[in-house]
Design a protein around this ligand. Sequence first.
Ligand code: PRX
Length: 650
Amino acid sequence: MTELHKNTYSVPEALAKNAWIDKAKYEALYRQSIEDPEGYWAEQAKRLDWIKAPTKIKNSSLDPKSVDIRWFEDGTLNASANCLDRHLETRGDQTAIIWEGDDPSESQNITYRELHARTCQLANALKALGIGKGDVVTLYMPMIPEAAVAMLACARIGAVHSVVFGGFSPDAVAQRVIGAQSKLIITADESVRGGKQVPLKDNVDAALTRQGAEVCEKVLVVKRTGGEIDWHAGRDLWYHEQVDGQSTECVAEEMGAEDPLFILYTSGSTGAPKGMKHTTGGYLTYVSLTHQYVFDYHDGDIYWCTADVGWVTGHSYIVYGPLANGGTTLMFEGVPNYPTPGRMGEVVDKHRVNILYTAPTAIRALRAHGDDVMASSTRESLRLLGSVGEPINPEAWEWYYRVIGNSKCPVVDTWWQTENGGILIAPLPGATDLKPGSATLPLFGVRPGIVDNDGNLLEGAAEGNLVILDSWPGIARSIWGDHERFTQTYFSTYPGMYFTGDGCRRDEDGYYWITGRVDDVLNVSGHRMGTAEIESALVAHDAVAEAAVVGFPHDIKGQGIYIYVTLTEGHEPSEELQKELVKWIRTEIGPIASPDVIQWAADLPKTRSGKIMRRILRKIAANETDGLGDTSTLADPSVVDELIEHRANR
Ligand code: PRX
């Protein structure tokens, strides 16, 4: 095999000429952003319309005793006005959102003027329902324009949105509604993906029967399919009935830069998902900057991020970043391979997309069909490609570049996390030579470091744990309702540094290569999940005495889910029980957590103090049983042989 990762791709000259940032500018501005963050970010804040311009730029402590992060703290603004109102005069008739339905015959272009009007109408409707500044509104929605409208309407009145991915189960919805004490849910009757309906409203009905979920008083329902749903009079309201007739003007609330804009739940290595709290001024400045520079976004570009608004990528790079920049953002309801395997390319051609931002798992799935999968499109309009969500292997990178991008579009591999608000490490297409598989260099204001397990910062070419040494405007400020957990999770492992949970290598050119999570977080098809969440769902089942969940390398998904289960007395392994447990997880968490492999285990390998040795379970799952390392500290080393002998086929 050729050593693909040794290839480099230099910046195309034509691109560098027109790019916002070329090599010399990157170097100079990066240096300035690190040496004089106050000066750099004071200037960058001007990309937004402030009601009151900030004079205090940065006020941040990462000391675990007093983590307190503030940016632009005396400034006031409104995120919705920044994404809409300020564009009306110059680009009111420009398309803000191109919506492409699951069914290829359905699409819509929504101008800034229309988006503004629709947002104001919903904002007024929300106010009429008693929602105001500081209230949390849960969105559990399909990828339809109303999802963006709902986010912007919340932002407009100072309500805090908490988007829950439409693939999550009723329990996951309930957990997040209760966690955020959300008074209202906005949902739809059903969503449509790949020709199939997902019963969103039924899921909300089920979620709201859970104890504690009665805090949610109203459910606003968008009619997407007209499918049959139950109706709870007094609680359920049709979206269109509430919105029609509302004024298309609504004065945007003046918000402090540090007022919360949204909560977004994400999985960690332990415990329940954490509601990351993102605030207004720093977040919006940061996503505006990164969207413009990383995608080298110019006026008139058609930009498509294939993520779902339920994830942070959708927040920052479908909605807030592109709209803050007055861009045209494509929102796709469906899946990349429906109704044809080449749909993604067909959508690119149909809307003349210039910038495509997608996930390695989608690329690998396409690649598995062979090059012909793209024969139904030319993709001539493309200028730039982006990747996000998981490490992209060099083979997938090269295929993306050669087949999807016709060997003429740079690939920007963007590394970041829900906690980060926006992209932290990525190439700038006019400035950075590319190495397939590397997210390359830090963006402005970002100070990555690599530490060994004792927390010593390593210099030069090195491998270890990725930390960030100082705050940047987009970083989450807290975990909703639990600042102590925020401090503990991110700033105490290596005191005074933000710990990412990722492993990383820095090469001799200073390029960063993310190697994946070093904690018990899985990344399955770019979806982040805690092994602890899946384990606690499993042990809630009568038949399960104990469960251990690990990831294993998977050609398409990046990581697959491998589960070891020991059964309670009276239960025997069977195919039925296996099916039942798969179904159980799908209902408890959602289809994204479906296990790939279940192995029945008489016992699990534990240390003498009772701790499960996951390292060994990972090796067995990956079929790397030659290098199990030291097993002498196990309470009963024979457990391992037993597990290897009965290893499940996959
Ligand atoms: O392990 C890293 C991986 O995804 C994790 C963050 O997941 P989430 O919060 O869901 O956000 C995903 C989208 C921003 C990280 O800790 N990850 C994300 N992007 C990359 C990546 N790993 C390698 N390369 C990337 N480009």
